[in-house]
Design a protein around this ligand. Structure first.
Ligand SMILES: [Ca+2]
Ligand SMILES: [Ca+2]
Length: 189
């Protein structure tokens, strides 16, 4: 059964009935509030070492760098509008293949050309991150933003991190004013 996480909560990622997960789908979704113009959110996965930093720009996986060199994380592509229910962008993580030097994978969402288009998280509804078992397609957990963030143009949604030989996920929900993926990524450099 899927668990609804609150901001700050963490869970262990396990298969239904226990056991280690091989592959997960990290889905992110959003809708435009009140019939406003399209908003192009971009989801990224940032692979960090034990110091919480990236070692290479290729450790940021998103629509413009779809495949991590290790083959363990990839992006299914760029959604420009957020139209429709369900996942609008997805990052696939092959947990078993993540090289040992990476301790955590942070999932962030930025708004493309937010300042030029004068867009922010105050104009977004139903933003969420969820994790699905890639083997069974069953949802493991979902974290939905419970409030709006006017003036905020990016969101650190959560992170997967290694713990006791497995993986845990924390719902972070930290809104920022970063204008682009490069700005967000500089937090991890
Ligand atoms: Ca996008
Ligand atoms: Ca949507």
């Amino acid at each position: 059964m899927s668990i609804n996480l609150e901001k700050g909560q963490r869970i262990s990622l396990e298969k239904d009935g226990g056991g280690i997960l091989q592959k997960v789908v990290v889905g992110l979704g959003w809708d435009v509030a009140d019939g406003g113009p399209d908003i192009d959110c971009d989801a990224s996965a940032i692979l960090c070492g034990s110091n919480g930093k990236i070692t290479d720009k290729k450790d940021i996986v998103f629509y413009n760098n779809k495949n991590h060199p290790s083959g363990s994380v990839y992006s299914t592509g760029d959604n420009l509008t957020g139209e429709g229910e369900g996942d609008d962008e997805q990052l696939i993580v092959d947990l078993a293949k993540v090289p040992a030097k990476y301790e955590k994978i942070v999932f962030v969402v930025t708004i493309y050309e937010a300042s030029k288009r004068k867009q922010d998280f105050g104009q977004i509804n139903n933003a969420f991150i969820r994790i699905v078992d890639g083997g069974t397609s069953k949802e493991i957990m979902k974290y939905s933003l419970s409030e709006k963030y006017p003036g905020k143009t990016a969101m650190i949604f959560g992170e997967l991190y290694r713990k006791d030989g497995g993986w845990k996920f924390t719902a972070i929900g930290q809104a920022t004013e970063d204008g682009a993926i490069s700005e967000m990524a500089s937090r991890f450099m």
